[in-house]
Design a protein around this ligand. Sequence first.
Ligand SMILES: [Zn+2]
Length: 156
Amino acid sequence: MEYRCVECGGRMTTLFVQYSPGNIRLMKCGNCKAVADEYIECEPIIILIDLILHKTKAYTHLLYNVIDPQAPSFQGLLWKSTFGFLLLDAYRSLFLERSKEEWGLSMSFASLLWRFQKMLMDVVFGNIMFLSTFLLSMRVLFSTFPRPLRSGNAHL
Ligand SMILES: [Zn+2]
């Protein structure tokens, strides 16, 4: 796993050296000479507060130095959360549909199937459209702004 400096975004091979349990030394970034990731020593509540405050450093810490996208547990979590999100969205769609018109008890199987199919299409296509638009706009946004400096280990 490759880490990033939260100050400048430079690549790091390691963020701290552990001498004994509970005794660590934080590494300094070769690019900006600051402590690469001071959030390692912070309490999770501090990180959560900084995430709520939308601090770039906290997001760099979370996305690059905590979450490992290659880890099988992360892949599993991603699929599970995607499934959970779609299920909750289907429930939301069902709830909205139900508030519009009260469902009778004597509903035929065909109309129930049709409603289920309609709801499934709404949820899946709605989310695909939303995510495509979101990802496309992110790509456009990031290609217009310059990327952070990565000259720290360019000579390696
Ligand atoms: Zn740095």
